[in-house]
Design a protein around this ligand. Structure first.
Ligand SMILES: Cc1cc2nc3c(=O)[nH]c(=O)nc-3n(C[C@H](O)[C@H](O)[C@H](O)COP(=O)(O)OP(=O)(O)OC[C@H]3O[C@@H](n4cnc5c(N)ncnc54)[C@H](O)[C@@H]3O)c2cc1C
Length: 456
C-alpha cells in the first residue's frame, strides 16, 4: 500500500504517526510539506518561547489513546512541567518532531520518504489510484491525505494589500513581520484575538516601547483560562440543549440560560463551554445555511473570545500593556490606507459612529487570523479539485466536507475513494475542528479508514 500525506503540520504528523502503527509491512508512506521542516506547521513553527499553548499540557497528547504522552515526553526535557502548564509552542513542535521520528524508527519495514515541496496537482486515475504532482516529484499511490492546514489571512482592506512589506505585513507569523521595526515605532494590529496576542508578545520580547493600536469590528479581547484548567468540567449540559433540534435564536437563549443556571450553582462559565464542546458539531450540523451565516456575522466574535481562551500569562501581558498606556484596543474598521513609503496613514472609523480617525503607523500587521476560504489564491491544489468537481466547497468560506471516514465529498456529495482530508477546514462541517483534541481524533479516523482498521 502507498499513502501520500500532503502537509505535515499537526494534522499531517498525527495522521502519519497513526498510519505507521497500522500500515502493513512493505507499505510506502510519502510526506510532502511546502513550508520547510516537517512537524511544525503554522502553530508550532514559532521560535519564540513567549508563544505558549492555549491548552494545558495534559490535554495535548498527539495520541487520543495515550493522554499522558505529551506530559511524559515534556518531563524528560524538563522535570518541572506540570499537567496544568501552558508550555511553549516551540517545545510542542519539538514533541511533534520526536513523535514522527519515533514512529518512523519503529517501522523499519515501511519505506518513508519526505519531500519539502508544494504539491500542485492531484489526478484521479482510471484504475482508482491517484497521481500526485509536486515540483521535482510525481508519484502514484492508493491513498492521499490532504492535511494542508490554514491559509494566509485575507487583507482587511485592499488598499493595504498593495502596500510594500516594509509598512504592511499580511502574514503575522512570518519571521520578517517585525524585521527592522524600531523600538519606538507605532504599530497597528488589525484583529484583537489570539493572533494579535501572539504579535503583542513578540513585540514585548523585542523590548518594543512604541504605541500599539489593536483594532477589530467589535474590539473584543480574548478571555483567559483559569490558572488550573485541568479538572474536567463537572457541569452536565441539560438534555434540552443538546437533544432537541432548535433554531439558532432558541439555541442561543438556551445556552445563555445554561450559563446562568451553572453560575447560580457556583460553577464557572468555562465549565459550560467545556461541557458543550463535544455537542458542538451536532448543534452546528442542525443549523441551516442562513443560520450559520447569522452566527458568523453576529455571534462569532463572542464565540471566539469565550471558546478560544488564552493562557493566564498571555492575558497578564495583555493587561499590563493596556495599563501602561502602550496598547489601545478599539472597535472599528479600516477605511483606507496610504503610505509615503516610510509611514502609513490608516484612516479608521470607530464602531457606531461616522467619525474618521487616522492612525499614523510605522507598520500595520494583519492579525485577523488564518483564512479558510478555498480560492485560486489560497490553495491552488484545492482550487483545482474544486474546478474538477472533486470537492464540495463551503458556501460560507469555512472549508470543505467529508464523509464519516473523512473521504472528501465531490460536488454531488459523493465520497471519493482514497482521497481524505484532515484539518481545520472541517469547521465547515463540525465548527469545532481546529484544536489538537479534535484533530488527533480525526487523524486517527483517517488512518483507520486508509488501512481498513478500527479507530481505537
Ligand atoms: C497560532 C496558532 C496557535 C495555536 N495554538 C493551539 C494550542 O495551543 N492548542 C491547540 O489545541 N490548538 C492550537 N491551535 C490550533 C491547531 O493546533 C492548529 O489549527 C493546527 O496547527 C492545525 O494543523 P494543520 O497541520 O492542520 O495545519 P498547519 O499547521 O497549517 O500545517 C499545514 C501544513 O501543510 C503544508 N502545505 C500546505 N499546502 C501544501 C501543499 N500544496 N503541498 C505540500 N504542503 C502543503 C504547509 O506548509 C503546512 O506545513 C493553534 C493554531 C494557531 C494558528
Amino acid at each position: 500500500m502507498h499513502v501520500a500525506v500532503i502537509g505535515t503540520g499537526l494534522s499531517g504528523v498525527a495522521t502519519a504517526c497513526q498510519l505507521l502503527q497500522r500500515l502493513p509491512a512493505g507499505s510506502r508512506l510519502t510526506l510532502f510539506n511546502a513550508s520547510g521542516a516537517m512537524a511544525r506547521g503554522l502553530a508550532y513553527g514559532t521560535q519564540s518561547d513567549a508563544h505558549v499553548l492555549n491548552v494545558p499540557a495534559a490535554r495535548m497528547s498527539l495520541y487520543p489513546g495515550a493522554p499522558g504522552h505529551f506530559v511524559a515526553w515534556a518531563r524528560r526535557h524538563d522535570a518541572t512541567v506540570a499537567e496544568s502548564d501552558f508550555v511553549s509552542r516551540r517545545l510542542y513542535g519539538d514533541y511533534l518532531q520526536a513523535c514522527l521520528d519515533e514512529a518512523v524508527r519503529s517501522r523499519p519495514d515501511i519505506e518513508v520518504a519526505t519531500h519539502v515541496t508544494r504539491v500542485s496537482r492531484l489526478e484521479a486515475k482510471a484504475d482508482g489510484r491517484h497521481r500526485v504532482w509536486a515540483s521535482g516529484v510525481v508519484l502514484e499511490c492508493q491513498h492521499v491525505v490532504l492535511a494542508l492546514g490554514h491559509f494566509a489571512p485575507r487583507p482587511p482592506h485592499q488598499a493595504l494589500a498593495d502596500l510594500p512589506a516594509k509598512v504592511y505585513a499580511n502574514d503575522p507569523w512570518s519571521p520578517q513581520t517585525l524585521e527592522g521595526l524600531a523600538p519606538d515605532a507605532a504599530v497597528a494590529l488589525i484583529g484583537t484575538g489570539l493572533t494579535m496576542l501572539d504579535v503583542l508578545l513578540s513585540l514585548r520580547q523585542r523590548g518594543h516601547r512604541g504605541q500599539v493600536l489593536a483594532l477589530s469590528r467589535r474590539g473584543m479581547l480574548p478571555l483567559g483560562h483559569r490558572d488550573n484548567e485541568l479538572p474536567p468540567p463537572t457541569w452536565r449540559i441539560s438534555p434540552s440543549l443538546i437533544s432537541i433540534t432548535m433554531p439558532l435564536r432558541a439555541l442561543l437563549r438556551e445556552f445563555r440560560g445554561e450559563v446562568q443556571r451553572a453560575r447560580k450553582l457556583g460553577h464557572d462559565w468555562r465549565d459550560v463551554w467545556g461541557a458543550f464542546r463535544s455537542a458542538t458539531p451536532a448543534a452546528w450540523g442542525q443549523l441551516s445555511e442562513q443560520e450559520r451565516r447569522q452566527f458568523l456575522r453576529h455571534l462569532q466574535p463572542y464565540w471566539d473570545v469565550h471558546r478560544h481562551r488564552a493562557a493566564p500569562s498571555a492575558i497578564d501581558a495583555l493587561n499590563a500593556a493596556v495599563d501602561r498606556g502602550q496598547l489601545t484596543v478599539r472597535a472599528g474598521r479600516v477605511l483606507d490606507a496610504s503610505s509615503t513609503g516610510i509611514k502609513l496613514d490608516l484612516p479608521w472609523q470607530p464602531r457606531g459612529t461616522s467619525e474618521v480617525k487616522v492612525f499614523a503607523a510605522d507598520r500595520v500587521i494583519n492579525c485577523s487570523g488564518p483564512g479558510s476560504s478555498i480560492t485560486e489564491k489560497s490553495s491552488s491544489l484545492l482550487w483545482g479539485l474544486h474546478q474538477q468537481g472533486r470537492l464540495r466547497r463551503c458556501p460560507l468560506g469555512l472549508g470543505l466536507e467529508v464523509d464519516i471516514q473523512h473521504r472528501v465529498l465531490d460536488a454531488q456529495g459523493r465520497p471519493q475513494a482514497g482521497l481524505y482530508y484532515v484539518g481545520p477546514l472541517l469547521k465547515a462541517q463540525y465548527w469545532e475542528a481546529t484544536a489538537v483534541p479534535e484533530l488527533r481524533v480525526h487523524a486517527e479516523q483517517v488512518a483507520a479508514a486508509c488501512t481498513g482498521s478500527e479507530a481505537q
